[in-house]
Write a protein that binds this ligand. Structure first.
Ligand SMILES: [Zn+2]
Length: 506
């Protein structure tokens, strides 16, 4: 027999597609031809596979070998096809009877010595195999725990090509994946550790409940970072669909923690202000790596010292934050990753970053305006909650009578508010107040009574608030009512929302 076919899985964005690797061996001048839209890594696969086969003690067929990856129209990235290609070549040359691999998807990169190396994106690949009705997969040993997360599949692990050969030829059993770790106890920083900061705590709670983007302004030492880091602790756990998406993105980035579990907590990403554009939005050769904005999908993207990010970086973030996804240009068509994260940014009022009231600050009002102005166009306009924090005074810290609320207490209110909003907007396919289009909120039955929005309309007429800002205040007013367990916002909620938007007392 001079033809063989082996199943593998390719990724386009986070979506896996079953790929058939065909090998045809014909008499003629020894050569290897690969067809089916291969990227450069696939061409290198030819040399890797050849060396791996020879160094595993197998015979490399000296014939004309045609490798075809189907469907041909599907772009194929990365090195996960190596092991399937090796099996197809050995099957096609008659070295290996492939009956044992019937209906089995095989993933893995080969080293020149025949070791099977882990690949990125195994979780979404295996999930796609299961959706396509495949019941058995063989994966690199280092990816076995991750593959076993997908239910209903028989996962087996290999560490070398030789191991695969002896399994196929002699039936020598392959290793099963390790048992999954028990679910981790919820940990991480807790709001109970933040004393005082009434305004900041309220802003974080409202932002979490409504899905609003949040800007924390204020001098160093005001607790901006402390509050931002605690945002995930008050967000609800991810549901099955979201957990699978988030875990898949971290799998593609090669950043999945060991343990073989879905990521259930909303992720928190805090890229440094020196981060490159690819680190923020994704990129790289082969299988594109998701950037921070996608790794924060369904979680929090925190930009500390936001004005220090390069203009290009801030500009690159604008479109993904608005669209909820990132488009990456590739040589064979684009790749798209989801990027629906909640933005939290922190900024000092001036570039010298001295504490509030420090006499040595010589920044002029113009310098200060320019500094925050770096954020205004691209990002600040899209941020609902904008509050200024002041350093906590000693009196607040010493006030032992009021113990700060824990994350668990606040999370319960946030969860209830989110449930109320999801129920209200159920018909629109949206869940969070921050996602509701402005026109919908300005029309019956959701339009608020004129008396409750008088102050707001005044600001719009006076030009101190944009039309976009108007809608943002209304959205936050709904969130404030949801947090309080009331069916509709009143004038008081609108007033608090104006404060959260402008930082002014009204
Ligand atoms: Zn200054």
């Amino acid at each position: 027999m001079s033809y063989a076919r082996v199943l593998c899985v390719g990724l386009v964005g986070v979506t896996g597609h079953v790929v058939q690797v065909e090998a045809d061996l014909a008499p003629g001048l020894p050569a290897v031809v690969i067809s089916g839209l291969p990227d450069s890594a696939l061409h290198e696969a030819r040399d890797r596979v050849r060396a791996a086969i020879v160094n595993s003690g197998q015979r490399w067929p000296n014939r004309r070998i045609t490798l075809n990856l189907l469907p041909a129209t599907l772009p194929k990235f990365g090195s996960a096809f190596d092991l399937a290609i090796a099996a197809a070549v050995l099957g096609g040359s008659g070295e290996l009877p492939l009956v044992a691999l019937d209906g089995v998807a095989i993933l893995g990169e080969l080293g020149l010595d025949g070791t099977v190396r882990p690949v990125r994106g195994v979780l979404p690949m295996v999930a796609a195999a299961a959706r396509a009705g495949i019941e058995r997969v063989i994966v690199p040993v280092d990816n076995a725990a991750e593959a076993a997360v997908i239910p209903g599949l028989r996962v087996r692990a290999v560490d070398t090509l030789h191991r695969l050969v002896t399994y196929v030829r002699d039936g020598t059993p392959l290793a099963a994946p390790p048992p999954a770790d028990p679910p981790a106890a919820p940990g991480g920083p807790d709001l109970a550790e933040v004393a005082g900061q009434g305004v900041g705590r309220r802003a974080v709670e409202v932002a979490a409940a409504g899905g609003h983007h949040l800007a924390l302004l204020g001098p160093p030492g005001a607790g901006k970072t402390m509050l931002a880091e605690r945002m995930p602790s008050i967000l609800p756990e991810l549901d099955d669909e979201a957990a699978l998406e988030v875990t898949a993105l971290h799998s593609i980035a090669g950043l999945l923690p060991p343990g073989g579990r879905l990521l259930r907590r909303p992720p928190f990403q805090a890229p440094h202000h020196s981060a490159t554009v690819p680190a923020l939005v994704g990129g790289g050769s082969g299988l594109a790596r998701p950037g921070a904005v996608s790794l924060a999908h369904r979680g929090v993207l925190f930009l500390d010292e936001a004005p220090e990010f390069s203009k290009g970086a801030l500009e690159a973030l604008r479109q993904p934050l608005e669209a909820g996804r990132v488009q990456l240009a590739r040589s064979h068509g684009g790749t798209e990753y989801p990027a629906r994260s909640q933005l939290v940014l922190a900024a000092n009022p001036c570039p010298c970053a001295r504490p509030a009231g420090d006499a040595s600050c010589e920044c002029t009002p113009l310098v200060r305006r320019r500094y925050l102005g770096r954020l205004s166009g691209p990002l600040l306009d899209r941020i609902d909650v904008q509050v200024t924090l002041l350093p906590v005074r000693a009196a607040e810290l010493m006030d032992a009578a009021v113990a700060p609320e824990s994350s668990a207490t606040v999370a319960a209110r946030v969860a209830a508010a989110r449930r109320a909003a999801a129920e209200r907007w159920a018909g629109s396919g949206r869940r969070l107040n921050a996602e509701i289009p402005g026109p919908q909120l300005r029309q019956p039955p959701w339009r608020l009574p004129a008396a409750d929005t008088r102050e707001l309309r005044g600001r719009l007429d006076a030009g101190s608030l944009s039309a976009r800002g108007f809608d943002r205040v209304i959205r936050m007013a709904w969130t404030i009512a949801d947090l309080d367990g009331r069916a509709r916002p009143d004038g008081e909620d609108v007033r608090e929302a104006i404060q959260l938007r402008t930082g002014e007392r009204v």
